[in-house]
Design a protein around this ligand. Sequence first.
Ligand code: PLP
Ligand code: ALO
Length: 354
Amino acid sequence: MKLVHPDPELKNQFASDNYAPICPEAMAAMQAVNQGHVNSYGNDPWTSRACNLLREFFETDCQVFFVFNGTAANSLALASLCQSYHSIVCHELAHIETDECGAPEFFSNGTKILLATGNGGKVDPDQVEYLVTRRSDIHYPKPKVLSLTQSTELGTVYTPDELQALRDCAEKHNLRLHMDGARFANALAGRDLHPAELTWKAGIDVLTFGGTKVGMAVGEAVIFFNRELAAEFDYRCKQAGQLASKMRYLSAPWISLLQDGVLVRHARHANAMATRLGDELQALPGVEVVHPVEANAVFVRFPQGVIETLQADGWYFYTFIGSGEARLMCSWNTREEDVSQLISAVRAALPETG
Ligand SMILES: Cc1ncc(COP(=O)(O)O)c(C=O)c1O
Ligand SMILES: C[C@H](O)[C@H](N)C(=O)O
């Protein structure tokens, strides 16, 4: 069987950054380390190098682990932060609630997730206060973790002030802070801040740092800024089937993307394409961009029938995130001509005006 693309005419989609191919830098890194025999299970030189580069990136002596995907990264990190009789507070649209098929609850042996609301996919501190203080009896699963997604599932980015307000609430109630950073690179690119400002200096205990959505084939980093919480995390990974024997192929791409600012450059490009797409969509009659475009996602409400027409025209995108709008996601390899092609398709699908 020839391993060629089933449909060479397939256009670049806006369904998810998970649709995009491996970026050249990550592919080159995998090729570069594909030489000879090296120690397995993370004991190779490139994994050590990648861990040290992440410590330099965040300017702190954090503990670093690599797992295969974001669901595992989140679930195992959360399981390290609490016991089964605790609860985790997150936004009602959080990926750990909506799209991980109960993995966080499973890997923590039953920790309950409590759902907070908040505008733009961001947790409202008042909601955290309410969920934590509404009950203190033995029958209520004691809140122990606050989980934030940065950038959020709606493509927004917490500001340092917003993170500080949530940190204040977490400290008041002795909550640990988890950050789902599947698109942390996009959050970084969206705010001109040092990675430390958006993580450990903001009180984050553990970050799951996405590599996949910024161009790697596979491989998310779990980064413990609170090193004590990382105790025996390697055993947790092994038991969950998340300890890669050929770890070099997960870690080497991190080396290539962390060097020379490649990771943030790819995220900045995706964000710029999303900004352009959002601006051009907003200018079309009857089309409404419903959330601020602060990272690489555009949430848009179309006139009746446009979604169906676009889908019939071969455009794929999700409508199950948020409150039913279409999510258009840009990636490291979204091109300006892809944006123009989609805008033309939307324009053609709009109802006749006049
Ligand atoms: C916000 C967010 N967190 C976590 C994940 C989980 O990643 P994975 O699909 O690799 O398990 C995703 C998936 O794309 C995501 O969008
Ligand atoms: C929603 C889906 O699970 C995936 N996290 C994505 O963003 O495409």
